[in-house]
Design a binder for this molecule. Structure first.
Ligand code: NAD
Ligand code: UFG
Length: 337
């Protein structure tokens, strides 16, 4: 059955890939984005990939008027709420901006949805809600631990949604806790916006492979992991996008809310990622070991079985495909620059 889905932040990294997956699954999509962290070219790129017109509302998720008009104009069946600020370091320096966009934006959206009678939502959460977890792989039952204002906004968002569902059973919410999204769409038309010097490992490694940065700083090799470097559960952004389709379809067909990790259940160290990128590109990627990055977690790996049981979600693409698609995307951009 075709549904009409609103993607807040749908022009961003994960939102744009989810747009493609939803259209492929036969759904209609409306994007709301203020382009705070997205390229203006994304909508036309999405049209190239899907062969369908993109319905775009340019606006801010904190703007109640924009939302009221949007819900009055388009009959929205469900929302995926991506729009948020997401840089951990920036959140330490500018917590109010994070409270405003991530918590204020969510609250304004929920009010508008409730007014419109649209009560199915998929929420972008993060493994960061676990802080430094006691166990890895980490199950969904692990306790919340806020390590920074960004993480706090995801915990608060999840809690708000829990109370809302408790107050009104008409609400059905899918909370998706992403581990480390990586890679790009196979067409290389969309990917992670590479504007600034990246904080995250794979986009940074990509810039070193391109020769735009001299070397990767490996943040510590004295963790309690096999090679001493940090371990993460990298998940291909196309797999992640498919997880949203499954979550939405579950909400639409059963009205059953869920909280699931989206990861592969397999961790890779920083050195393994560098080696994989080197293989994918056939380029030398120099690195040096530096001090630990303050606040870093030694290991984030998902317990991935609940997503299989509840959503039938299984990842299909591995680290090599993440590196290859990332490279195709960034080297294509560099070729055009
Ligand atoms: P992104 O920055 O690429 O996408 C966010 C989009 O929201 C952008 O297009 C931006 O322009 C838009 N936006 C920001 N503020 C807005 C506002 N006030 N009104 C309307 N639009 C606004 O980020 P992403 O990586 O695609 O992340 C999407 C979601 O997933 C976020 O909620 C993020 O916290 C969460 N998440 C991301 C990661 C990750 O590593 N990328 C990990 C876990 C969770
Ligand atoms: N790392 C380096 N050098 C770099 C960048 C990263 O060694 O230049 C290491 C980190 O120390 C860590 C691993 O590579 O061990 C991954 O780091 P990322 O910054 O790519 O990702 P994080 O797991 O630290 O953080 C990401 C998101 C957060 C989110 C978290 C959990 O950036 O927003 O995943 O979902 F909270």
């Amino acid at each position: 059955m075709t549904s009409r889905i609103l993607l807040t932040g749908g022009a961003g990294y994960i939102g744009s890939h989810t747009h493609v997956a939803l259209v492929a699954a036969g759904h209609d999509v409306v994007i709301l984005d203020n382009f705070a962290n997205a390229q203006r070219t994304v909508p036309e790129r999405l049209e190239q990939i899907t062969g369908k017109r993109v319905t775009l509302v340019e606006g801010d998720v904190r703007d109640a008027d924009t939302l009221a008009k949007l819900f009055a104009r388009h009959e929205i069946d469900a929302v995926v709420h991506f729009a948020a600020l997401k840089a951990v370091g920036e959140s330490m320096a500018r917590p109010l901006a994070y409270f405003d966009v991530n918590i204020g934006g969510l609250s304004t959206l929920l009010r508008a949805m409730d007014n419109a009678g649209c009560r199915r939502l998929v929420f972008s959460s993060s493994a960061t809600v676990y802080g430094i977890p006691d166990e890895a792989p980490t199950p969904e039952t692990a306790p919340f631990r806020a390590m920074n204002p960004y993480g706090q906004t995801k915990i608060t968002g999840e809690q708000m949604l829990g109370w809302l569902q408790a107050a009104n059973p008409e609400w059905a919410v899918g909370i998706l806790r992403y581990f480390n999204p990586a890679g790009a769409h196979g067409s290389a038309l969309i990917g992670e916006d590479p504007r600034d010097i990246p904080n995250n490992l794979m986009p940074f490694v990509a810039k070193v492979a391109l020769g735009e940065l001299p070397r990767v700083s490996v943040f510590g090799n004295d963790y309690d992991t096999a090679d001493g470097t940090g371990v993460r559960d990298y998940i291909h952004v196309e797999d992640l996008a498919r997880g949203h389709v499954l979550s939405l379809e579950k909400l639409l067909s059963t009205r059953q809310g869920h909280i699931v990790n989206l990861g592969t259940g397999r961790g890779y160290s920083v050195l393994e990622v560098i080696a994989a990128y080197q293989r994918a590109t056939n380029r030398d990627i120099p690195y040096q070991i530096t001090d630990r990055r303050p606040g870093d977690v030694p290991i984030y790996v998902a317990r991935a079985d609940r997503a299989v049981e509840v959503l039938g979600f299984r990842t299909e693409k591995g680290l090599d495909e993440m590196c290859a698609s990332s490279w195709k995307w960034v080297s294509g951009l560099a070729g055009k620059a």
